[in-house]
Design a protein around this ligand. Sequence first.
Ligand code: KG4
Ligand code: ZN
Length: 352
Amino acid sequence: MLVLGIESTCDETAASVVSNGTTILSNIVASQIDLQKEYGGVVPELACRRHIDLLIPVIQEALAEAKVSLEQIDLIAAAYGPGLIGAILIGLNGAKALALGAGKPFIGINHVEAHLYAALMSLANTPRFPAIGVVISGGHTALIHIQGIGEYRLIGQTVDDAIGEAFDKVARLLGLPYPGGPEVERLALDGDGTRYPFSSGRVKGRPLDFSFSGLKTAVLHAVKGSSQKGEQEILLSEQDRCHLAASFQKAAFSDLIKKARLAAAEYGAASIVVGGGVSNNRALRKMFAESIQHLPIYWPESGLSLDNAAMIAGLAYHQHEKRGADSLALQAAPRIPFIPFFANGLESELTP
Ligand code: KG4
Ligand code: ZN
């Protein structure tokens, strides 16, 4: 089954053709980083205008690279949320229009669920379930008990910043450009992670929840403390910036790994599945592998950590098998509650 997937929930316009949920025939991502860099973050209206310009060329390129025509596609899928409402609408309506025009079935896919599927789609063998899903992106930080593809329960989430968001904010404090995650990772390579005694927050009575805002503030105070000219001009030595980046990264990741390990023990997990932009971080992969040696840890392959449409097309294959196609009346959902989408979930929702 050939699925054309479309992703436009934030600042990447992406299209991909995937065969039977696993074989990626094309994976085209038009990033808007050049545009967002100028503004230090994603400006929704600008992101939407770019999506409009890029959507059709990106779809054409995905079909061309896969060497298939639209007629050969069996199913058209788009991320319907969570994310920026205007941005979602462009990819979603584009997918619906294509489906209607070409007479193909359409299905809406949850972007967060697709991030987790990204780590599973290249596996040669069936993943081991139950698993603990670790979603770490710019918009989300969550622990999910996965019983199988499509069977989830939210067991922990951030009460304030998402981990990727914390990376982006710390990067800004250190004078680094957007998106900050890869920049902080690069700087941390030359720093000593024990130099600043940072730690992530605990949430009282909820051992699997996260809080990163205090950690971010601790970095702010460290930056200000090192400033020789007050708040306006931050004069940190290059070496101090590296130590700060390394210490922040170490604190954020130690907390993440500790809670993933706790969740794995509590839920008798047979594996750990990590997804989302922050899973691209090499230091994180190394720390996870060193700290959790008794379970397989599944990571997205190259090109599948950051926002992409291959994960949308891949998951669409399984969701279509499970529940069939969606109506073209499916609405964009900037926030998708875990209930009813995630069966047996806690009463909470993932925010974009
Ligand atoms: O999954 P993603 O592409 O988009 C969302 O769904 O949010 O994640 C983007 C986030 C950004 O916050 C970015 O700074 C972070 O992932 N990120 C990283 C790295 N690469 C991207 N964070 C840490 N280390 C990285 N190498
Ligand atoms: Zn994402």
